[in-house]
Design a protein around this ligand. Structure first.
Ligand code: NAD
Length: 489
């Protein structure tokens, strides 16, 4: 596994001149690479190069841009082994999940390669005879893409692919915890005008410099709600466009009609939704509401399934749950477990290091008997922790699920048609999954209600996020209009 630590600025690989970065392997706590992030001057050089590159890129015919995006998708697929190994080394996600992530990343490039060829404006009825009235879609210009560590390539692709498809140049800023998989992408952009895609590294200060740069027309961000709000505030000052995917506290509802084999399957699906990537998914299930008539049976199936999960080395193909990304994230999740237990909750399983001396391991934890005020039911956990709460009615389940300042996604298990339709209407979240936890679809929008974000990624909405809309009124003749001055005439 070769590791690239240089930045890609204006088509050249250059050493960072900013703050030192040490990238650590979360499974072993051993450093795997030392690099330097971008300096303020390098951020400015990148945005200036992007301004120049964007003109060249947007002048390339859409069909040719589409070919180049398809080539990126193929290049990603060819490098699946290499990229997945880097992601596992720097992020701790199981290798199998990272291989999937490379595939989904390629899929997003293929999807937007085709949308690049179908950028739909329209010709509308004019208000005057002889006039042609057109609505056209144009690129924003330069886009800054700021990404977290949990899905470093996928969440980058959800910004980079549509932004490029729309004709923008993009300056990318991965998380300081996982920059290596992003820096490894540099050769994929060789065929584009230099500066069309640039890859920086560094911490929040590099992201903030990008947001503050007046040459950056739009910011696409995935990360915490706190950071998202800071970016929105800074961007508002100069009215830069923002597309923000932020935190969540997703609920999962198990309805009274789910019994027998279906209840067992629901328990397994819920465990996957809660513990996938050690619970470090923005749409992780973080609260489970089960109809009281099914509660005991569901809890015992959920705990039994959790006990069967293999927690360990993320490079081992049979590992289900790897380490968390950092000691800090682990401590934050464990604190919520400890606080809940201190407030009277019961920890049925998990919440330990699972026998690992090194690595940020936290075995999947299941909590019951929680007071409604427990932090673990209200604040984002972002770890492998599943609090389960009985509910007396569907009304209660909806009220509890909606009673959050977040609104990213909600999962439901039911086969009752009326319940499915009612919940899909009443749940206040950007995605409602019914019997199909956490699937993504490039063709449909992803994003949050309330404090989970602003705007949408994926689907046609994800392309529009990187476009301005222009209305052109065209009269081919120069003719005096009778509503001009002088009014007296
Ligand atoms: P974070 O907000 O700490 O960092 C995200 C990115 O923003 C990093 O690249 C970071 O360097 C950068 N950054 C930090 N401060 C900045 C600033 N002031 N200006 C500009 N950039 C700045 O989040 P994280 O810890 O990397 O990721 C975890 C969070 O991401 C969780 O809250 C999770 O819910 C959220 N998330 C959301 C989604 C979604 O689609 N809604 C998906 C994945 C993760």
């Amino acid at each position: 596994m070769s590791l690239e630590t240089r930045l890609l600025i204006d088509g050249a690989l250059v050493a960072g001149e900013g703050a030192a970065l040490v990238v650590e392997n979360p499974a072993t706590e051993a450093p795997i690479a030392e690099a330097r992030g971008a300096s303020a001057e390098q951020v400015a050089a990148a945005t200036q190069a992007a301004v120049v590159a964007q003109r060249a890129w947007s002048n390339i015919a859409a069909a040719e841009r589409a070919e180049l995006l398809h080539d990126i998708a193929s290049g990603l697929r060819e490098r699946t082994d290499d990229l997945a190994a880097i992601m596992t080394a720097e992020g701790g996600k199981p290798l199998l999940e990272n291989r999937d992530e490379v595939g989904w990343t390629a899929s997003a490039f293929d999807f937007y390669a085709e949308l690049a060829r179908v950028q739909i404006g329209r010709v509308i009825p004019p208000v005057e005879t002889h006039q042609l009235a057109m609505v056209v879609k144009e690129p924003l210009g330069v886009v800054g893409a700021i990404v977290p560590w949990n899905y470093p390539l996928l969440l980058l692709a959800w910004k980079l692919a549509p932004a490029l498809a729309a004709g923008n140049a993009v300056v990318c800023k991965p998380s300081e915890l996982t920059p290596l998989s992003t820096l490894a992408l540099a050769p994929l952009f060789d065929a584009m005008p230099p500066g069309t895609v640039q890859l920086l590294a560094g911490a929040g200060d590099v992201g903030a410099a990008l947001v503050a740069d007046p040459r950056v027309d739009g910011i696409a961000f995935t990360g915490s709600t706190v950071t998202g709000k800071a970016i929105a505030t800074a961007a508002l000052d100069r009215m830069a466009r923002v597309n923000l995917e932020m935190g969540g506290k997703d609920a999962l509802i198990v309805c009274s009609d789910v019994s027998g084999e279906a209840l067992q399957i629901a328990a397994e699906g819920a465990a996957w939704a809660a513990f996938l990537n050690a619970g470090q998914v923005c749409t992780s299930t973080e609260r489970i509401y089960v109809d009281r008539s099914r509660y005991e049976e569901f809890v015992s199936a959920f705990v039994a399934h959790t006990a069967s999960l293999q927690v360990g080395d993320p490079t081992d193909p049979s590992t289900d749950v790897g380490p968390m990304v950092s000691a800090q994230q682990r401590a934050k999740a464990l604190l919520q477990v400890d606080e809940a237990v201190a407030a009277g909750a019961e920890l049925l399983i998990g919440g330990t290091r699972g026998g690992h001396e090194l690595g940020h391991y936290l075995t999947p934890a299941v909590l019951t008997g929680l007071p409604p005020s427990a932090t673990v039911l209200r604040e984002e956990t972002f770890g492998p922790v599943a609090p389960i709460v009985p509910v007396d009615s569907l009304d209660d389940a909806v009220a509890l699920a909606n009673g959050s300042r977040y609104g990213l996604g909600v999962n439901v298990f039911t086969t009752d048609l009326a319940t499915s339709l009612r919940l899909s209407r009443e749940l206040k979240a950007g995605t409602v999954w019914i019997n199909d936890p956490l699937t993504d679809n490039d063709a449909g929008p992803f994003g949050g209600f309330k404090q989970s974000g602003l705007g949408r990624e994926l689907g046609p909405e994800g392309l529009e996020a990187f476009q301005e809309t222009k209305h052109v009124h065209l009269d081919p003749r120069i003719e005096r209009k009778d509503w001009w001055y002088p009014y007296g005439a």
